[in-house]
Design a protein around this ligand. Sequence first.
Ligand code: ATP
Length: 260
Amino acid sequence: MQAPSVVSAKDLCLSYQTNDGAVHALADVNLDIRRGEFVSFIGPSGCGKTTFLRVIADLERKTSGDIAVNGMTPDEARKARAYGYVFQAPALYPWRTIEKNIALPLEIMGYPKHEQKKRIAGALDLVELTGFDKKFPWQLSGGMQQRASIARALAFDADLLLMDEPFGALDEIVRDHLNAALLKLWARTNKTICFVTHSIPEAVYLSTKIVVMSPRPGRVTDVIDSTLPNERPLDIRETPEFLEIAHRVREGLRAGHSYE
Ligand SMILES: Nc1ncnc2c1ncn2[C@@H]1O[C@H](COP(=O)(O)OP(=O)(O)OP(=O)(O)O)[C@@H](O)[C@H]1O
């Protein structure tokens, strides 16, 4: 039996109205994301990856077509607190400590104090920021701030995690570590993850499904179901199977560019 649908887009279009006319950010996107999938979105700058995540999160409204999140409208899903969102840049409140930043959504949801503390400690451990809970964001490096904002989305523990290039600004060693940690978390929790990246190896390493997009207008040019096992040590990236999928993603990206 197929897992239930978490995100379902049918002929989804979104145009931004600007002074220079309409920008067609998404054109006829058809996509079905099921519970427990790890879906990466990859494509050149401006192909609509962020816009697609923002439509799921009800931060942008579709122009036409349909989009359902957990079988609801994005507005209903947002009110039901369907997702955690990690933005490209860490969006932390400068007047709150790291601990208090992570606590904010938990406070809003009414978690008791001891449960908040447990979740904050677990999330900080996962992103290797244990001991930094009493620091303010400006006392941390950019990479550490981004890890703190990931911890905030993890502590919230929504079934759907929307991550917009969360590791883009981090060095490769930290990125490797967080990739492996994220996979472990995903396997343990059966979360559904939508993950935007510019990195082909990162997309292939993490995903059960890779969505290749192309710009002007933003559309889906290929959807690749991964043949890799769910258990993935980092050195799986040197296997022929991994390289074959990476090759297909690269070809998809090239094809998307060729009409320009
Ligand atoms: N608020 C807005 N108003 C007008 N145009 C916008 C707005 N937001 C995005 N766009 C345009 O829509 C298109 C898609 O943008 P989007 O940010 O979704 O792309 P992206 O694939 O996430 O890019 P990147 O990889 O650089 O983050 C781009 O042409 C962008 O300039």
